[in-house]
Design a protein. Structure first.
Length: 470
């Protein structure tokens, strides 16, 4: 945003407003009430169309015009005109032909709209009313925007970040909408401060087209005797939020990782105690829960409670025993690379037989290993690429390892996102399997190189954590 415009009082007259706008070279003035709340606006157009002349009507136009005037040739490129207008702070510029005759006028907002037409189209696709119906339209438009960006060669991780940002914004709006509905229905406002968090791919900023729900609440501490009333309020909110999310396009989590489950709805003290217990126990279901949880980020609230919990996790989750057990648990996620670096395909009977599961045997082995390394080294970032960069900065990865692992992640996510968009366009179920025939020889070679890098990294991590070579 720019600096505040001219602000005037409700008692000020038009002559004063025009003088203030002229003195400050402002294009608008806001009229505010005694509480400094804006109740109206006067623009240059209003001055021209609705305010009387500030000089004699018989005054010659040449006496008040700005001169000389900058013009642009009709056969110049648009970007040159935009640069000239921005550089000289012009909103209008005459367009002339070879004889210097006026053939039109260029306005900066029209020029910028044309220059950024695709971005503007995408904005319009993703911008709807703040009702549940409007948010459903926004969610559905992600596919079209992702397709456009992929065709423009935008890297898949950047598209994932955009998709995740839109998803997390929808989370925020849905929580706010449900809270307003509850207040209107007599439930009152939130009894204590809280943050809504998302976990898994949403927390990493790595969502594909149709992520399910992985969410929870972090509540500020409150007296035990108030638990029944406070928890009743948050159960109601959690139910409304998860139902609205499901209606919008975020399907219910099959594993019940949602704020409706008390396991994912706790006070900050309870969360910290639970994480400490997980780290101390480090077995069975605890490891599965930790694998889901550790990538959490806030999507609603001040984020302060989430920050406190992240600090606690970063501090206690460095326990070697726990990380070793996490890695052992994560060993089921091995890369799709067999002897002689042959790509391993899905052998299960069904429509995906013979295809590559590039999530289960591609991204997940890397994401899981990098997460464990990040926890071991006190890296608070949740995005996989940022964690890789953080490990390099701490000297835990060589420059070549950083390059190979980052490249592998980008390549595999690109193949996955491309396949999901193709599946959607063909009306097929959107999944994580890619047929070998859909990969060029170069893409297969790059995939093999990436999977080799992931496999070697996991081998080194296994040695570091367990002392086992194989």
């Amino acid at each position: 945003m720019g600096p505040p415009p001219v602000i005037v009082d409700v008692a000020d007259n038009c002559g004063f407003v025009v003088r203030r706008m002229a003195e400050t070279k402002a294009s608008s003035a806001l009229i505010c009430n005694e509480r400094a709340e804006p109740i109206g606006i006067i623009t240059e157009q209003d001055i021209c169309r609705r305010v009387t002349f500030s000089c004699d009507p018989n005054t010659l136009a040449t006496d008040i015009m700005s001169s000389p005037v900058r013009a642009i040739d009709a056969d110049d490129y648009l970007y040159y005109a935009i640069a000239e207008m921005r550089r000289n702070k012009l909103r209008h510029m005459p367009v002339v032909d070879l004889n210097n005759h006026v053939v039109g006028v260029l306005q900066i907002h029209d020029a910028l709209t044309v220059a950024a037409s695709q971005v503007v189209d995408q904005i319009e696709l993703l911008t709807h009313s703040r009702t549940l119906t409007g948010m459903k339209k926004t969610k559905a438009a992600q596919v079209e925007v992702a397709t456009q960006l992929l065709l423009d060669k935008v890297p898949a991780p950047e598209i994932q970040t955009l998709i995740t940002s839109i998803n997390n914004d929808l989370y925020k709006r849905i929580v706010g909408l449900c809270m307003r509905q509850m207040q209107d229905e007599g439930w009152g406002s939130a009894p204590v401060r809280f943050d809504t968090i998302v976990m898994g791919s949403g927390g990493r900023g790595e969502s594909f087209l149709y992520p399910d729900q992985d969410n929870g609440f972090i509540l500020e501490d409150y007296p035990d005797q108030q638990h029944a009333d406070i928890d009743r309020w948050f159960i109601e909110l959690a139910t409304r939020v998860t139902d609205a999310l499901n209606e919008t396009g975020f399907v219910y989590c099959k594993g019940y990782v949602m704020a409706t489950n008390p396991l994912w709805r706790k006070t900050i003290s309870q969360w910290c105690k639970q994480i400490s217990q997980w780290v101390g126990k480090g077995s069975g279901m605890v490891l599965r829960l930790g694998d889901i949880f550790f990538d959490f980020v806030p999507v609603y609230g001040s984020g302060e409670l989430t920050r406190q919990l992240r600090e606690h996790v970063t501090k206690v989750a460095r326990e070697p025993f726990f990380l070793r057990e996490m890695f052992k648990f994560d060993q089921e996620h091995e890369v799709a690379l067999g002897p002689f670096n042959r790509l391993l395909r899905d052998r299960l009977e069904g429509p995906q037989k013979g295809k590559l599961n590039l999530k289960l045997t591609g991204t997940l082995p890397l994401v899981g290993a990098v997460r464990i390394s990040a926890l071991a080294n006190g890296i608070a970032d949740t995005q996989t690429l940022k964690r890789i960069d953080g490990l390099f900065a701490k000297g835990k990865l060589s420059k070549d390892e950083q390059d190979y692992l980052s490249g592998a992640f980008r390549h595999i996510t690109n193949l996955l996102l491309r396949q999901q968009l193709r599946d959607f366009q063909k009306g097929n179920p959107v999944g994580n399997h890619v047929a070998m025939t859909d990969l060029s020889k170069r893409e297969q070679d790059m995939l093999v190189d990436g999977l080799k890098a992931i496999k070697n990294y996991r081998k080194n991590l296994r040695l570091e954590l367990t002392g086992e070579l194989f």
